[in-house]
Write a protein that binds this ligand. Structure first.
Ligand code: SAM
Length: 249
């Protein structure tokens, strides 16, 4: 049927894709992908031929031109399947602008749900899953990153971050400083892949571990909820002196 189909693809293991997702990839009139090569590779693995169907490269900043083409196709009664490079589109991945505009125009949107690193990490990390806050990638500039962490400090939910291996040590250092060194965390690496690993410990232990044994590959960092009992005296001193400084202006 006509519409935009947001298709979740694996985050590692190629067989983590639903039968419905494969059906949609096999039957859509038009395909679009953040990375056309990785979608083609996935379709090859599962024996799905592209045939003479168009496959367009699309990410949100590829802009209005491609988006307009996809929207015209749906408006003309075609089915368009969209996949990002890994996991679920729109989750720290492109697709939001496309889905939003389709929605605004009254066009049909359907999800073919499947893997996402946030849910995979929560399932195996051993931290509470009843309430969580997905914070995605923090800003790379130090000041902006610390203030983003400050905003999350008292959130009573498990915090979920995506991070790259070359920034994880700095990020954990900042997290230990701002959220508190004694907070529990779980560094989940290479989920569903051969070298999958979960490191558990306090934020300062995890930060130290990054120095001695730098984690490679793809990483989700989970941090236990803010809890007033976890706030150390030095944290209190820091916030108190910051507050006093603001008052004395
Ligand atoms: N759309 C994806 C999803 O649904 O999870 C996320 C895409 S985002 C551009 C890529 C980031 O997701 C990586 O930097 C990492 O933080 C996380 N990630 C993706 N696959 C992962 C995996 N297999 N193991 C650990 N983290 C992963």
């Amino acid at each position: 049927a006509a519409g935009l189909y947001l298709v979740a693809v694996p985050i590692g293991s190629a067989r983590d894709i639903t039968l419905r997702a494969l059906d949609i990839l096999a039957s859509a009139d038009m395909l679009a992908a953040e990375d056309t090569r990785s979608l083609r590779r996935l379709m090859d693995i599962h024996g799905i031929a592209l045939g003479d169907r168009p496959l367009l490269a699309y990410h949100d900043h590829s802009g209005q031109k491609i988006r307009a083409r996809l929207m015209e196709a749906v408006a003309a009664g075609k089915s368009v399947a969209y996949a990002s490079e890994a996991g679920t589109p729109l989750i720290a991945d492109p697709g939001y602008d496309l889905a939003r505009q389709m929605r605004d125009e009254g066009l049909e949107i359907t999800s073919a749900p499947g893997p996402s690193a946030v849910i995979t990490a929560l399932s195996i990390a051993g931290l509470p899953t009843d309430r969580f806050l997905f914070a995605g990638f923090l800003p790379s500039a130090a000041g902006a990153r610390k203030s983003a962490l400050m905003d999350l400090r008292d959130t009573r939910a498990t915090l979920v971050f995506y991070e790259s291996p070359n920034r994880i040590a700095t990020m954990l250092g900042d997290a230990a400083e701002v959220l508190g060194p004694e907070r529990q965390g779980a560094l989940c690496r290479e989920l569903t892949k051969r070298f999958e690993e979960v490191r558990r410990g306090t934020l300062s232990e995890l930060a130290a571990g990054c120095e001695t044994d730098p984690p490679r590959g793809e990483i989700v960092l989970l941090v236990d909820r803010g809890d007033s009992e976890n706030v150390s005296e030095s944290d209190l001193e820091t916030s108190l002196s910051a507050a006093l400084e603001r008052l004395s202006v």
